[in-house]
Design a protein around this ligand. Structure first.
Ligand SMILES: [Zn+2]
Length: 258
């Protein structure tokens, strides 16, 4: 490899090959994109999004960062997600981790790296949430492979926490969410089949109508009697009535005292 010259040379050759195969190829792409997929993967050079998924130009919208994280304050990721869902109308969103991920290994190591530590904290949060399972695995490689999977699962969960996905779910064609892991040694993608239970089990906390769900869960769990006792706390109207009742009682006792 000579550097940037070889990149430009490769590009010239690619244009020639594509034009020879399909004279209309570039004109068609210039007219716009309508990709069906959003790929959220690691920046690792061994995980080329198009090559491993067999997709060509125009078929997949791509976002990559270190260790394929979905962070709810990352405007880069959120902008990509919103555009993909609301404008492009992608049908499938995949978070793609990979075994042998340097970012995941760095997060699991007992070291400080500087600026990137803030980013890696998100993976350390995944370790904390699954600490018992993580510590029980004695073999380091197996442990890191599992952490790669747990990290992907958690990032799919993070997708479902965003208002972008929650609002899309109220529409007629919400995108399906997937968690995949790419095995660099084998070249194969594995589906972790994470979607369904992840969304429903967290709805009462992260849902856009979370409090309504929380009340339903509470009523179910503690029964009608207890929920009546809690009613003033859950319902502002009841709270007002309770306040005015207390106020009247207070006034009565004051007038009696006089
Ligand atoms: Zn990686």
């Amino acid at each position: 490899m000579k550097g940037i010259e070889s990149i430009l040379e490769n590009n010239q050759k690619w244009v020639e090959t594509k034009r020879a195969e399909d004279p209309d190829f570039f004109n068609r792409l210039a007219n716009g994109q309508k990709p069906k997929y959003l790929f959220i993967g690691c920046s690792d050079s061994r995980v080329p999004a198009s090559a491993i998924t067999g997709t060509g130009p125009g078929e997949m919208f791509v976002h990559r960062n270190i260790a394929n994280l979905v962070i709810n304050t990352d405007f880069n990721l959120l902008s990509v997600l919103q555009y993909a869902v609301e404008v492009l109308g992608v049908e499938d969103i995949m978070v793609v981790g990979h075994y042998g991920c340097g970012g995941v290994a760095a997060a699991a190591a007992n070291k400080q790296y500087g600026l990137i530590d803030g980013w890696l904290t998100n993976i350390r949060d995944v370790i904390r949430m699954h600490e018992m399972e993580f510590l029980r695995i004695k073999d380091e490689e197996v442990r890191l492979r599992r952490l790669v999977e747990l990290n992907v699962i958690e990032q799919v969960r993070n997708l479902s926490k965003t208002s972008i996905i929650q609002n899309a779910r109220k529409g007629s064609k919400p995108p399906r969410l997937h968690g995949l892991v790419y095995d660099i040694k084998e070249g194969l993608l594995k589906d972790l089949e994470v979607e369904d239970n992840l969304i429903t089990e967290l709805e009462h906390i992260y849902g856009t109508e979370a409090m309504r769900h929380a009340e339903e869960v509470l009523e179910e769990q503690v029964g009608q009697e207890l929920s009546k006792d809690h009613a003033p706390l859950m319902n502002p109207q009841n709270q007002d009535q309770q306040n005015s009742k207390n106020h009247k009682e207070q006034k009565n006792s004051l007038s009696k005292a006089n």
